[in-house]
Design a protein around this ligand. Structure first.
Ligand SMILES: C[S@@+](CC[C@H](N)C(=O)[O-])C[C@H]1O[C@@H](n2cnc3c(N)ncnc32)[C@H](O)[C@@H]1O
Length: 239
């Protein structure tokens, strides 16, 4: 049976595809192995591997990596369970990716400094680190004044729905609160809350932090917003 953490991760992250063209472009240009940091169940890692890129998928969550490895089959993907702030793989990569605002989950400036240090040590000469930042943390703004629709999926007769219900300012970031609900075949309902904290972070700040770690900031790239998703700015740091 699929672990619950995998179900919710797939539901909340798996449908996002707007950033894939950029990761594909960067992987094609890099022409060498790719390290996907915070790879989850492999939304990005599996997409790149299916296009022939050798990928190492790193995540702190063993259940998510297990699902990724099962889905990878014979694709050129290796999984590594490690913290993004403390890893030593003994090899270097042409491209290090940290998609979907994962860099805003690392516990503020000290966590990011540790991640940038590790990433720099794993970049091949001239390699690229690309980090996605959420453009809007305010949540329900003038254009998006209604709470977003829930992500919903039915698996084996149980309906899973995850709905963002609040975005709370904390000063150095925001806490995004969701309600996760299930309704099983017999109509039994269950609900629980989930919250994640995203650090406030802009491209200039991350560029300066990258420079302090010995990387060179290039012009950032953009992933446009859609009706469903906020846009991202992708900070590009050359090793
Ligand atoms: C928003 S999800 C993104 C998943 C995937 N990269 C994608 O784009 O669909 C964030 C992922 O980062 C992982 N993560 C969070 N903090 C981490 C840390 N300190 N070290 C390694 N992985 C971490 C989580 O387990 C989760 O899989």
């Amino acid at each position: 049976m699929t672990p619950t953490a995998v179900l919710w991760h797939d539901l909340e992250c798996g449908g996002y595809a707007e950033d894939l063209p950029l990761w594909r472009e960067l992987a094609d240009a890099a022409g060498g192995p790719v390290l996907d940091v915070g790879a989850g169940t492999g939304r990005v890692a599996l997409d790149l591997a299916a296009r022939g890129h050798e990928v190492v998928a790193l995540d702190a969550d063993g259940e998510l990596l297990q699902a990724l490895a099962e889905r990878a089959g014979n694709l050129p993907v290796e999984t590594v369970r490690a913290d993004a702030r403390d890893f030593a793989l003994g090899r270097r990569f042409a491209l290090v990716l940290i998609p979907m605002q994962t860099i805003q989950l690392l516990g503020g400036p000290p966590g990011r400094a540790a991640f940038l240090r590790c990433s720099r040590e794993h970049l091949a000469p001239g390699g690229l680190l690309a980090a996605a930042l959420a453009d809007a943390l305010e949540g329900f703004d003038a254009e998006h004044d209604q709470p977003p629709l829930p992500d919903v999926r039915e698996i084996d007769g149980t309906v899973y729905a995850s709905r963002p219900v609040a975005v709370r300012e904390t000063g150095d970031g925001v806490v995004i609160e969701r309600i996760r609900e299930t309704v099983d075949r017999a109509g039994r309902r269950a609900a629980e809350g989930d919250a994640i904290k995203l650090d406030r972070l802009d491209a200039a700040t991350l560029g300066a932090e990258g420079a302090a770690a010995g990387l060179t900031a290039l012009e950032p790239r953009a992933v446009p917003a859609t009706d469903e998703y906020v846009g991202s700015t992708v900070v590009m740091l050359r090793g």
